[in-house]
Design a protein around this ligand. Structure first.
Ligand code: GDP
Ligand code: MG
Length: 177
């Protein structure tokens, strides 16, 4: 047999949000396929990627949703958020405006989600240290104020990418198991 654990499996929907060009699609491609694209404009947005991990002997699947670029027009719809139990709000540490817009993404999350999600604030492009416009301190302050987890990542050099996703998945698991 296969252990008969099918009934114990978990499936969590996690949404990636944040301004256009902050690196959402590359974070997902780095995590799910270990790929990075210098110019990802042309990539066709897949709806979601499913990644599995085992936590405490249980198979946990994360269905991670990426936008197909509609955030450019602030047109992410309620369907995108429906059923999500986790969210990653991504900004670019080298573009202050993308950090300033985090509050707007938080409001949108609150409008569209029925219950409080496990939410991670993600400062991406940590490899661009010389161009940094958002300090770790101000991001930590925002995260504390809003009750978010916080991490800095680089989809380019892989720093903390798996840690970001796995922290969200483990926190959700801890809440529901
Ligand atoms: P999205 O619009 O949020 O999905 O952003 P993309 O993943 O399409 O990335 C936008 C641009 O930023 C692309 O040119 C990527 O190559 C670049 N990019 C994404 N992540 C990083 C990163 O961690 N570091 C650097 N330096 N560039 C990145
Ligand atoms: Mg994208």
């Amino acid at each position: 047999g296969h252990g008969g654990s099918d009934g114990d499996d978990y499936l969590f929907k996690i949404v990636l949000i944040g301004d256009s060009a902050v690196g959402k699609s590359n974070l997902l491609s780095r995590y799910s396929r270990n790929e990075f694209h210098l110019n990802s404009r042309a990539t066709i947005g897949v709806e979601f990627q499913t990644q599995s991990m085992v936590i405490e002997g249980k198979e946990v699947k994360a269905q991670i949703w990426d936008t197909a670029g509609q955030e450019r027009f602030r047109a992410v719809t309620s369907a995108y958020y429906r059923g999500a139990v986790g969210a990653m709000i991504v900004y670019d540490i080298s573009q202050k405006q993308t950090f300033e817009n985090v509050e707007r993404w938080l409001e949108e999350l609150r409008v569209y989600s029925d219950f409080s999600l496990v939410t991670m604030l993600v400062g991406n492009k940590s490899d661009l240290e010389s161009l940094r416009q958002v300090s770790i301190e101000e991001a930590t302050d925002l995260a504390e104020r809003e009750g978010l987890f916080f991490i800095e990542t680089s989809a380019l050099d892989s720093t903390n990418v798996a840690a970001a996703f796995e922290t969200v998945i483990k926190e959700i698991f801890g809440m529901v198991s």
